[in-house]
Ligand binder design. Sequence first.
Ligand code: BV8
Ligand code: ZN
Length: 247
Amino acid sequence: MNDQTISTLISAISPRDYVTVLTGAGVSAESGVATFRNKDNGLWSQFDPQKLARFESFLENPELVWKWYNFRKETIYSVQPNPGHVALVEMESLFSDFYLITQNIDNLHKRAGNNSIIELHGNIEHNYCISCQQPKNDIVNLPPTCDVCGGLVRPDVVWFGEMLNQEVLRSAFFHSEQSTIFLVIGTSAQVYPAANLPVVAAQHGAKVIVVNPEPTPIDAIAHVVVREPSGEWLPEFARRIKQQWEK
Ligand code: BV8
Ligand code: ZN
C-alpha cells in the first residue's frame, strides 16, 4: 500500500463524504469463518459449489444442502465479529451517508452493530417455504417442512442462477452511484452482479479503495489497493480519520 496516497486520501475525507462499502467472505476470515475460494480451507474446496448452492441441486438432495448450511451456521454461531467488522460500525457513526453492502450471509455485520446493511445474497438465519413462502426459522428436522402447507423449507439465500431481490439490487446500485468513497473489502470480485458495484462507483467518480491481501480484478480500477488483512487495516483507517478530524 502506498501510505502517501492513503494519507492524502484521509486528509481529504470529510464527514460529508458518501461512503459505500462492499464486503465479501474475506471480511469474516479473521473471525474464523472460511472464505469460499481460497485453496486451503475455502468452503468450496470441501464441497462442490454447483452441487450445493443451486436450487436444482437443493431439490435433488435437500438434506445434503441443509447439512452444509447447518455446518456453516455452527461455525458462525461459534465465532465473534472481528476488529474489521467493529471498525465498520465505527465508520458508520463518522459519516452521515454510510451504506454497507454485503455478499455475506453470516450476519456478522449485524451482530457487530451496523444498521445500514444491504444483504445482497440473503441471510443464513432466515428460511422460507418454497411452496407458500411462509417463513420458518426454527429448524429441527432435516429437511425442514412448512408448518402451514407441509412444503419444503429452504435457506433464504440467493443461489447461483437465481435473481437477486430487485429492490435490494436497486438500492445497492443507487448507493454505489452516489458514493464519493467506495471500499471493497475481502472479496475476490468474481460473483455478479455484486462485482459490478465497484465498477459503477468508479464510473460515477468515487475513489475506490480495495482491501485484500491478494490481487483481485477490481484492483485495476482502484484509487488505492491495500494489501493487508481487513481486521488489521480497517481499525487503523477509522482511527486515522477520527484523529484527522480532531485536529
Ligand atoms: C444472477 C449466497 C441473474 C449463498 C452466493 C455475469 C458474468 C458472469 C457470471 C454471471 C453474470 N451474471 C450472473 C452470473 C452467474 C453467477 C456468477 O456470478 N457466477 C460467477 C461465479 C462467474 N451469478 C449469479 O448466478 C447471481 N444471480 O446474476 O441472477 C441471472 C439469473 C439466471 C441466469 C443469469 C443471470 C447470484 C449470485 C449469488 C450466489 N450466491 N452466496 C451462500 O453463501 O451459500 S455467492 C458467494 O460467493 C457468497 O455470497 C460470497 O460472498 C460470494 C463471493 O465470494 P467472496 O465473498 O468474494 O468470497 P471469496 O472466497 O471468493 O473471496 C474472499 C476474498 O477475501 C479473497 O479475495 C481473499 O483474498 C480475501 N481475504 C481473505 N482473508 C482476508 C481477505 N480480505 C481481507 N482481509 C482478510 N483477512
Ligand atoms: Zn408452505
